[in-house]
Design a protein around this ligand. Structure first.
Ligand code: MRU
Length: 354
């Protein structure tokens, strides 16, 4: 383990090194920058569930490398048993968190890439190549998302964002924060308003950490200040990420996103979703079919480990909500910005896959 101050331009939520997965432990940010090296695939499942690594595209990359770790661990078994146990591990990894489609997608891509392998050694090689491809292509996609998204913003834009859809949530650069970074580099951005994002404070702990290190003027607000800030007329656009986008354009993202989308419509502020095509799930027809993860009640009753509610109270803690497509002004992907009707635009965007 190492620690120290890291510039966000260099921030990597995760990297493959020395046959291990190295993760920046996001539960400790912003006060501690600490990496952990994982050698066994169940450790990655634990890291995903405990949010040491989080954010849809980063979960995909972590899942892909977890499959490589599983293959490394199982390689000495007879080939039939190796294949069977690897498939079981892949299923467990894909199910570690249910809402972000990138996780199951990346595990499935990785397993498919190695399906014709004739030995454990060949399997490991093919799995690793695929995981590295997923990682590299995610960074490339984020830069393209940044370019397409920045085009939609006016000069001197103030952008509101929710949760963390940055370098920390991806293989690098970020989706919503990719749009913000590109607009900043182009001299188009005045500043960012980040919502704190209860209960786990990804906005307060992670987004502000990333953006302030890049020197991007950032103002943190509590979630409940969003309505009056939008009413003030100072916000040019809201840009958020996504965990799963259904074929009809309904968007699952961090809890609170739906409320912001409704507020955006009420105040005539464009509401943009920035996500790679790997987050678009054409097999899911509408948002009603998306499984929304419910997390432990302690995240709400004892935020940051400090008790804030009586023991007896009932708690409901959905980690995500689904924003109906009618509230989404555009879905910004690496293949361009798609608009309604999303069934048509997303399907044709997916067909144009290079
Ligand atoms: O629970 P989290 O922190 O994994 O939720 C993350 C989000 O909701 C992000 O907005 C989404 O995954 C997009 S990340 C580019």
């Amino acid at each position: 383990m190492t620690s120290g101050v890291t510039k966000s331009k260099e921030v990597r939520a995760l990297e493959w090194t020395n046959k291990r997965l190295r993760l920046l432990d996001q539960t400790l940010l912003p006060t501690r920058v600490q990496y952990t090296e994982l050698e066994h695939w169940p450790e990655v499942v634990t890291a995903i569930r405990s949010m040491q690594v989080r954010g849809a595209p980063a979960l995909g990359v972590a899942g892909a490398y977890a499959v490589v770790l599983a293959a490394q661990e199982l390689k000495d078994l007879p080939l039939d048993e190796f294949r069977e146990k690897l498939q079981a591990a892949a299923s467990s990894i894909a199910e570690a968190r249910p809402t972000a489609v990138n996780l199951a997608w990346a595990v499935s891509c990785t397993m498919s890439a190695a399906s014709s392998a004739a030995s454990a050694a060949e399997t490991i090689k093919l799995l690793l190549t695929e995981a590295q491809t997923i990682e590299r292509e995610d960074i490339e996609a984020n830069h393209s998302i940044g370019e397409h998204g920045a085009l939609l913003l006016p000069q001197d834009a103030t952008v509101m964002t929710h949760c963390n859809a940055g370098a920390l949530a991806t293989a690098g650069y970020g989706t919503a924060l990719g749009v913000i970074r590109t607009a900043w580099a182009q001299g188009k951005l005045k500043g960012v308003i980040a919502t704190e994002t209860r209960p786990l404070l990804q906005g307060a702990r992670l987004t502000t950490w990333e953006l302030t290190q890049d020197g991007i003027p950032t103002t943190l607000i509590v979630d409940s200040a969003a309505a009056s800030v939008l009413r003030s007329g100072k916000v040019s656009a809201i840009v958020v990420g996504a965990d799963r986008i259904a074929a009809n354009g309904d968007v699952a993202n961090k809890i609170g996103t739906y409320g912001l989308a409704v507020l955006a419509k009420a105040h005539n502020v464009p509401f943009y979703v920035a996500a790679p095509m790997s987050t678009v799930d054409l097999a899911t027809a509408t948002g009603d079919q998306i499984v929304v993860e419910e997390r432990a009640s302690e995240e709400v009753s004892s935020p940051q480990g400090v008790q804030a509610a009586p023991d007896e109270v009932g708690i409901y803690n959905p980690a995500f909500d689904v924003t109906p497509a009618e509230y989404v002004s555009a879905i910004i992907t690496e293949r361009g910005a798609f608009t309604s009707p999303y069934n048509e635009s997303l399907t044709s965007g997916a067909q144009n896959r290079g």
